[in-house]
Design a protein around this ligand. Structure first.
Ligand SMILES: Nc1ncnc2c1ncn2[C@@H]1O[C@H](COP(=O)(O)OP(=O)(O)O)[C@@H](O)[C@H]1O
Ligand SMILES: [Mg+2]
Length: 239
């Protein structure tokens, strides 16, 4: 075990399980990452760290294989025809992480502003780190846009590309949109789904509702029905 890794391990031991530790080692030995840097977020489902990958800083998102709301995850997954998941907590977490990775690939193909997905290994996802200047970007909730109208219009552009690609995020809100130098980047895609999911329209509408609720609070006339019409319309004429 390299020295730096040993020190990190001591610091973060409390948030790793043995399974995740083994897989982190695999990602280090196969050259996906050089080692962890520092914790970014300890969330409900995942522990998130920055890591080094050569000269680049990347993000390592480790879904927990215990202490998760497996029932909620299963309820989301069972309508997604891309995944056939047994009701085992491990299988559910792997599918959940896999789904975030696959959604990131689809979003990227559709030219949506998302982190670059680099690798997935069971419960561990490695992706590009989003920056604002030389600082890690903050979520919109903690870093309000300087020009809300401009940011909102850009976000609608992203949502339009998602709709055209048949993608719904499923949990789109100011918590899962980063403010990257005053441009939106959409993260946290594990609840995302494609249009062959029977709940697609419901998720799509909920995404719009949550986005509008936030932008109304910061002074934008974000009418849900108008936003839907804008997203569904051909071309790029905004509000
Ligand atoms: N690719 C990324 N670049 C920069 N920060 C990130 C990235 N992914 C996650 N984060 C940070 O980690 C936090 C939690 O990530 P998220 O994917 O939303 O997980 P959770 O399931 O815990 O909500 C985000 O709010 C953000 O601050
Ligand atoms: Mg989140």
């Amino acid at each position: 075990m390299p020295r730096i890794w040993k020190e990190e391990w001591k610091t973060y031991k409390a948030v790793f399980d043995q399974f995740s530790e083994r897989n982190l080692h695999k990602l280090i030995s196969n050259g996906t990452i050089d080692g962890l840097d520092s914790p970014l977020s300890i969330g409900k489902e995942a522990n998130i760290f920055t890591a080094k990958r050569g000269d680049e800083t990347v993000v390592v998102k480790m879904y927990r294989v215990s202490n998760c709301d497996f029932n909620r995850m299963y309820d989301y997954l069972k309508y997604d025809p891309r995944f056939e998941v047994k009701r085992s907590s491990r299988q559910i977490v792997f599918a959940w992480a896999q789904r975030e990775y696959r959604n990131l690939l689809l979003a990227r193909d559709a030219n949506v502003a998302v982190p670059v997905p680099y690798a997935i290994l069971y419960n561990i996802l490695v992706m590009g780190c989003i920056f604002t200047g030389n600082q890690v970007a903050q979520k919109l909730m903690n870093d309000q846009p300087k020009n809300p109208k401009k940011f909102f219009d850009e976000l609608l552009g992203e949502m339009k590309k998602m709709r055209q690609a048949g993608l719904a995020h499923g949990d789109l809100s100011p918590f899962n949109i980063l403010n990257a130098d005053q441009h939106p980047v959409i993260i946290d895609w594990s609840a995302g789904t494609t249009k062959d999911n029977s709940n697609y329209e419901e998720y799509w509408q909920r995404d719009i509702k949550n986005v509008c609720t936030y932008f109304k609070k910061i002074g934008i006339k974000a009418d849900e029905e108008k936003v839907k019409a804008v997203i569904l319309a051909q071309g790029f004429c905004f509000t």
